[in-house]
Write a protein that binds this ligand. Structure first.
Ligand code: GLN
Length: 494
């Protein structure tokens, strides 16, 4: 097969091709290495390419297959978001302050992928410490979305913070990628790039070896080309891990077995509070379309209420920065990465290292976090936000007494232009309006490409499920994928 034919495959199709010997893992890796080499100067999806490692892993994979030891992801070429620690391979979380840190250990999620036979192509760009919705806070510069509006050359954001993961998958630079989601960072980039992204239930995937942003919200998940591919990847990534005390000690189902099941009889909730004033007409229409598809597939549709929705963003932007300010206290110029030149007292070195090492958005979050946690403000802000968080979780609990899943838009817009919102943090934060509730409640959420807007840009629909019920999301997601018949691909300009 020609290299472009190989990179154009879904993960599932590549797995079948490897199994039947139509091509080797080495050929598959080589095709992706060439695609990355040709595209990365334009898209900036990878912050580190590891072609030698990829080829060595691919050859080892071909060896295992020849010995009859093929794992579930044997020979599959993947990208890894640069906040998963990879043993012997630089890990930066998109920040200058971590510098040239080369972890002496592997994150559990990536280790699970290699255990199952996958091959690493390199590390993917992201917003600094996963703080952002446009990939513009990265110390390595923004990622460019492979999609462009019809008749325009303007560079668009792939979303964030997993912009590198979403772009790499959408542009066929890898068969799938790891990503992470604290308030929407898997689902919003998936929506902006016509890919599938799932944030599983909090605790489904181990956080061991992931650079922390907000530990009670952070969760790993895949970005993939199809619902089935996402299910295959999540099955490998998930699982109990004694090294993360918040990791859930539950069985990981074979998620792919939920793809293709009939959604008939499932009850779908449409939360009325998500119908925002001023929501773009096209998004409202696509949402209605999604409801119609599920109804046609035999689902029962009900309107539900999530009354505390409007407090979710404010609560998130207290809880997440509070945890971030605590987690990021460790970057002091002493133990990791960057240390400011010039000596001085210990405090001066701390101050200058942190001033030089962190970007604007990260500093903003640290300041907000330190403020809401400080004596005198703790009760008014942090404690209050925790109470709101409880209410939001209770809203979902009540809704899930009546329905099996919720359907919403993933994001309030299609991909916007790079540079458009960097100077307006609040406009940037509003991107997360449909996704943060899910993190606050610890629930699973999936984004599925469902259509194009009038300028030809992809739009996603989100399904939200009960805790640990990702299976239902894969069944419903596959039903939407099939009904939408989403086949559009970005035309290559890179
Ligand atoms: N955009 C959100 C933020 O900036 C969410 C990021 C994420 O999920 N990591 O906090």
């Amino acid at each position: 097969m020609k290299p472009a034919d190989l990179t154009g495959l879904t993960l599932k199709a590549a797995r079948d091709g490897l199994a039947t010997g139509r091509f080797s893992a080495e050929e598959l890796a080589q095709a992706h290495i060439e695609a990355i080499a040709a595209a990365n100067a334009h898209l900036n999806a990878f912050v580190l390419e590891t072609p030698d490692k990829a080829l060595a892993m691919a050859r080892a994979s071909d060896g295992r297959r020849a010995r009859g030891e093929a794992g579930p992801l044997e020979g599959i070429s993947l990208g890894v978001k640069d906040l998963f620690c990879t043993e012997g391979v630089r890990t930066t979380a998109g920040s200058r302050i971590i510098g040239e840190f080369v972890p002496p250990y592997e994150s559990t999620v990536s280790a699970n992928l290699w255990r199952d036979g996958a091959v690493m192509l390199g590390k993917l760009n992201m917003d600094e410490f996963a703080m952002g919705s446009s990939n513009e806070t990265s110390a390595f510069g923004p990622v460019t979305n492979p999609w462009r509006a019809a008749g325009s050359n303007q560079r668009l954001t792939p979303g964030g913070s997993s912009g590198g993961s979403a772009t790499a998958v959408a542009a066929d630079l890898c068969l799938g990628a790891t990503a992470s989601d604290t308030g929407g960072s898997i689902r919003q980039p998936a929506s902006f790039t016509g890919t599938v992204g799932i944030k599983p239930t909090y605790g489904r995937c181990s956080r061991y070896g992931m650079v922390a942003f907000a530990s009670s919200l952070d969760q790993a998940g895949p970005i993939a080309k199809t619902v089935e591919d996402a299910a295959i990847l999540l099955t490998s990534m998930a699982g109990h891990d004694a090294k993360d005390s918040t990791s859930l000690d539950v069985e990981t189902p074979d998620f792919a077995s939920f793809v293709g099941r009939s959604p008939k009889g499932l009850r779908i909730g449409v939360p009325k509070e998500y119908r925002l004033d001023g929501m773009p007409e096209e998004i409202a229409r696509l949402w209605d379309q999604g409801v119609a598809w599920l109804k046609d597939a035999g689902c029962e549709i009900r309107e539900v209420t999530l009354p505390h929705t409007r407090y979710a963003l404010p609560a998130y932007y207290i809880v997440a920065p509070a945890e971030a300010s605590s987690n990021l206290a460790r970057y002091d110029g002493m133990r990791f990465g960057l240390r400011a030149e010039g000596g001085g007292t210990l405090t001066e070195v701390y101050e200058r290292s942190r001033a030089e090492g962190f970007g604007e958005e990260v500093k903003r979050r640290i300041l907000i976090g330190a403020y809401v946690l400080s004596a005198g403000y703790y009760d008014a802000y942090y404690l209050k936000a925790q109470k709101v968080r409880r209410r939001i979780a209770e809203d979902f609990d009540a809704a899930f007494l009546e329905v099996d899943a919720l359907l919403t838009p993933t994001a309030p817009s299609a991909a916007f232009a790079l540079g458009d919102r960097v100077s307006d943090p609040l406009a940037m934060y509003l991107n997360d309006v449909f996704t943060v509730t899910v993190n606050l409640a610890g629930l699973p959420g999936i984004s599925i490409p469902a259509g194009l807007d009038t300028s030809g840009l992809p739009l996603g629909l989100q399904l939200i499920g009960r805790a640990l019920d990702e299976g239902t999301l894969f069944t419903l997601g596959a039903a939407i994928e099939q009904a939408a018949g989403f086949r559009a691909r970005p035309a290559s300009w890179w």
